[in-house]
Design a protein around this ligand. Structure first.
Ligand code: ZN
Length: 209
């Protein structure tokens, strides 16, 4: 139970840890990235607007993101809590969330810039079954998919240049956000450089405090 926000450097395992926490606590994992992709696919009025904005190469404005998040957080399945992944991204979004429904704790998966770059560089997807994995974190996944033996391909947006830009953007936006939650006493900083199991144990320990 509880309302959690998951923050972390790109490559720190936010998605993986959110899914594990969601199973453990039996509360929904709400990924704004997934919600956007679904809205665009479903062709809803909001999805159509979001697609137009993204096609123009612009960032989806706060009011649209907020509208989508608010709608999601008003559904009955969040009555016992939730894990928000991908929102808020900025202090102004965090303030909006607070005025609507403040989180109980904010889990921050910390990673050095070098480690984040290395991990993003190791991300691959299987060309055959679509499995997502990391050649640095999964030993069995060096040159072929451990599930189906398919060929592993790098994500198109994982070039060294885009990786650097994404990390810098993240640090610029997230640093003030972690400070915002630290001042409120909500930030639970976790060493994200450890293995998946160990990071998860530390998350559980920190939210049970
Ligand atoms: Zn595969």
């Amino acid at each position: 139970m509880g309302r959690y926000v998951m923050l972390g450097m790109p490559g720190a395992g936010k998605g993986t840890q959110s899914r594990k926490l969601s199973q453990e606590m039996e509360i929904p994992h709400i990924s704004t990235g997934d919600m956007f992709r679904e809205a665009v696919k479903s062709g809803s009025p909001l999805g159509i607007r979001a697609r137009e904005i993204m096609t123009a190469g612009e960032l989806v404005p706060d009011e649209i993101v907020l509208e989508i998040v608010k709608e999601r957080l008003s559904r009955p399945d969040v009555s016992r809590g939730y894990i928000l992944d991908g929102f808020p991204r900025t202090v102004s979004q965090a303030r909006e969330l607070d005025s609507f429904q403040a989180p109980d704790a904010v889990i921050y998966l910390a990673l050095s810039q070098e480690e984040a770059a290395r991990r993003l560089e190791g991300r691959r997807s299987c060309g055959k079954c679509g499995a997502q994995l990391n050649i640095y974190l999964q030993e069995s996944a060096e040159d072929s998919c451990p599930k189906c033996g398919g060929e592993l391909v790098r994500r198109e947006d994982d070039t060294p240049e885009t990786v650097r830009v994404r990390i810098e953007t993240y640090i610029r936006q997230t640093k003030p956000l972690t400070e915002y939650y630290r001042e409120k006493g909500l930030l639970r900083e976790i060493d994200g450089a450890r293995g998946i199991g160990s990071v998860f144990e530390n998350i559980i320990r920190s939210v049970k405090k």
